[in-house]
Every structure is written in structure tokens, then in C-alpha cells.
Design a protein around this ligand. Structure first.
Ligand code: GAR
Length: 207
């Protein structure tokens, strides 16, 4: 049976991309396959992981495009060329534009290293999130997988996982504890999306 293509957008280390690609290969996302990873940064560690995993990778830098809309148009075209139906943002630090959301309506997911709606929005990414959580004195943090809409770190929540904030935590130690949960829950959020896409694809192909 043909698989449903998953496209991943990254800016950094790419450990969530790797978790998704490996989960799909191990059969934990039945019918899903990570087909292309796109980075907005040429130096992203995710590109090294893509090479090791033998997943096709492309780099597109916004500065090379006339507008953000043109930038996302190009990425969307590359995904569509490879029949990507589901897009996963995995440590992708740019805001996606409305034209991209329209190309994949309800089919763009994001993972955020906090319990949204807290600690989301512009400037709240990576280390800044964990710094803010520690500073606030919260007893717990976690991560969230949600459907992407036109607001930053906003849209229907699909999965959350919680971790304790421990005395003496640094942004790095908290990030590492949260990341373990990110790798666990992201594939579990993708799985039902792929099942749904498989079901509708099959319906469409029934004469
Ligand atoms: C992850 O913790 C992810 O949740 C976060 O960046 C890290 C990327 O790690 N994303 C955001 O902060 C988005 N607002 P990775 O590149 O190793 O997957």
C-alpha cells in the first residue's frame, strides 16, 4: 500500500526529526514515511542527521526569496512534488505564513517545549522557554503537540506530556528532560493523523 508522505521543517539540532523518522521506520507510525526535511539554516545539525538516516534534505534560506509567501510557496511545492500530505515542524523557529497553512489545511503540526498555552508566542523558543519556566518557579513543565494555525504556538492541542521542574535545574537540564518526552509524544500525535489520511486516501481511490 502506498505510504503517506511526511515533510519536516527544522532549524536546529533535529532530534525531533530523527525521532519521527525512526518511529516511522520502526512501524510506530503505520503507513507514514518521512520523505523530505527542509531547513531554513544551512548549518542545522538536522542536516547531518538526515544524511545519516538517508532522508532527503533541502536548505532554503528566506533571504534568497522575494517574500515570505514566495519562500513558503517553494517549500510547499517541494513537499507536494514528493506527495507530502502532513508537515511536522520540529524545532522550526520561523512563523509559517498563511499561504503555507492553506496548502496543508489542518495538516501542519508543531511541537513546543512547554505546556501551552503557557510559555508560547514570539521569542519563546528553545532555551528561552526553559529559562522562563525556571524563573517563574513552576513545579512542572512539559511539551505540547498542536495543529498549527496563523498565530504563533497556537491551534488545537493534540498531546501534552508533563515533567517535574527539579531543584537546581538549569535550562539545559530541564530541556533534556522535556526533550525525552518530546521524542515520545510527537510520533504518537502523528500516528492518528496518518491513519486518518490513509482512510480518506483509500476512500478517494475506491471507484
Ligand atoms: C525542541 O525542544 C522543540 O520543542 C523546540 O526546539 C527544540 C528543537 O530541538 N521548538 C520550539 O521551541 C518551537 N517554538 P531539535 O532540533 O533537537 O528537535
Amino acid at each position: 500500500m502506498p505510504k503517506i508522505g511526511i515533510g519536516v521543517l527544522v532549524s536546529g539540532g533535529g532530534s525531533n526529526f530523527q525521532a519521527l523518522a525512526e518511529a516511522a521506520r520502526k512501524g510506530e507510525i503505520p503507513g507514514g514515511e518521512v520523505r523530505l526535511v527542509v531547513s531554513n539554516r544551512p548549518g542545522a545539525g538536522a542536516l547531518v542527521r538526515a544524511k545519516a538516516l538517508e532522508v532527503e534534505a533541502l536548505v532554503f534560506e528566506p533571504k534568497d526569496f522575494a517574500s515570505r509567501a514566495a519562500y513558503y510557496e517553494r517549500i510547499g511545492d517541494e513537499f507536494k512534488k514528493r506527495s507530502v500530505r502532513l508537515v511536522c515542524l520540529a524545532g522550526f523557529l520561523m512563523k509559517v505564513e498563511p499561504n503555507f497553512i492553506r496548502m496543508f489545511p489542518g495538516r501542519i503540526l508543531n511541537i513546543h517545549p512547554a505546556l501551552l498555552p503557557r510559555y508560547g508566542g514570539k521569542g519563546m523558543y528553545g532555551r528561552f522557554v526553559h529559562e522562563a519556566v525556571i524563573k517563574s518557579g513552576d513545579a512542572e513543565s512539559g511539551c505540547t503537540v498542536h495543529v498549527v494555525d496563523e498565530e504563533f504556538d497556537h491551534g488545537p492541542i493534540l498531546r501534552q506530556a508533563r515533567v517535574p521542574v527539579l531543584p537546581g535545574d538549569t535550562p539545559e537540564s530541564l530541556a533534556a528532560r522535556v526533550l525525552v518526552e518530546e521524542h515520545r509524544i510527537y510520533p504518537t500525535a502523528v500516528k492518528p493523523m496518518i491513519e486518518k489520511l490513509l482512510a480518506t486516501t483509500n476512500e478517494e481511490t475506491v471507484p
